[in-house]
Write a protein that binds this ligand. Sequence first.
Ligand SMILES: Nc1ncnc2c1ncn2[C@@H]1O[C@H](COP(=O)(O)OP(=O)(O)OP(=O)(O)O)[C@@H](O)[C@H]1O
Ligand SMILES: [Mg+2]
Length: 311
Amino acid sequence: MILSVTMNPSVDISYPIQDFKLDDVNRVENVRKTAGGKGLNVARVIKQIGEDVLATGVIGGTIGDYIIQGLTKSDIGNHFFKINQESRNCIAILHDGKQTEILESGPILSAEEGAAFLEKYQELLSEVSLVTISGSLPSGLESGFYRQMVEIAWEKGISVIVDTSGEPLRQVLTHDVKPFAIKPNISELSQLLGIEVEESISSLKQLLTNELFHGIEWIVVSMGGTGAFVKNGGDFYKVTIPAINVVNPVGSGDATVAGLAVALKRKQSVPDILKTAMTTGMLNAMEAETGYIDREKFGQLFEMVEVIKID
Ligand SMILES: Nc1ncnc2c1ncn2[C@@H]1O[C@H](COP(=O)(O)OP(=O)(O)OP(=O)(O)O)[C@@H](O)[C@H]1O
Ligand SMILES: [Mg+2]
């Protein structure tokens, strides 16, 4: 089983408002409310590929209950640590072909709540063989929280895939105990290295030899419609993908993490691991709904992904 962690989940509300009026009343029909958060997208895609998944993280209040109901309805096993504060809503107003987002920061956790979650996490690890950690940390937890989670899993011999950014990512990378895999996109990589990263093979190859990445088995730099650049052990790969009909690319990185997790769990070959990860990312981009893939299209797209080893 794969454990998927979301520390700050949300209910994502989408308001389609054709003609959005500021400082006035806007009425809205066709409201959509879904359980959101990057790790929940990962969990949904893992489930759709047909692998067992358990979703965990921190959740609270009626919004938390709604999230759990959503997961249960999708038959996704879940074991969240409950707090007294409400989980957050994230609102997207779709207007005039644009999207205006209002994102609540969410609950503020105490150090005690953080420690209690870690205890629960440790228990859950006895049921799983791989962990994915996605998204940002809730307020109140120190930036080394994911680093602790990687270390706790490492002590039990369990690999962790980390998909986060900023200081929590830096903390994970500068620790002696390394995550098994990370999946930065170009802007996360740029932020981490403090430079404008170019999408060229020679520059990416050089950047990934940076000391920050030593000891990490898989570094998958995802590049949206361009595919990915990858370091696995001492080998480098460029992965190219076919042109697809993009409907909504939000969450494609999460779907890529899900594909990566499943392929690693199934001990696929290096090219197949990368083909699976790219295919799940593309399949997510082809759907309107975030964290949803059409499995029927998997095989055909998989064959069209090209993995080229770089000398
Ligand atoms: N426009 C696109 N066309 C084709 N494939 C795409 C597109 N966007 C994403 N993908 C697929 O999904 C993978 C991950 O996408 P991307 O690099 O955008 O991740 P991301 O920036 O982490 O996204 P998010 O954080 O929103 O989930 C890509 O490597 C690719 O396989
Ligand atoms: Mg991402």
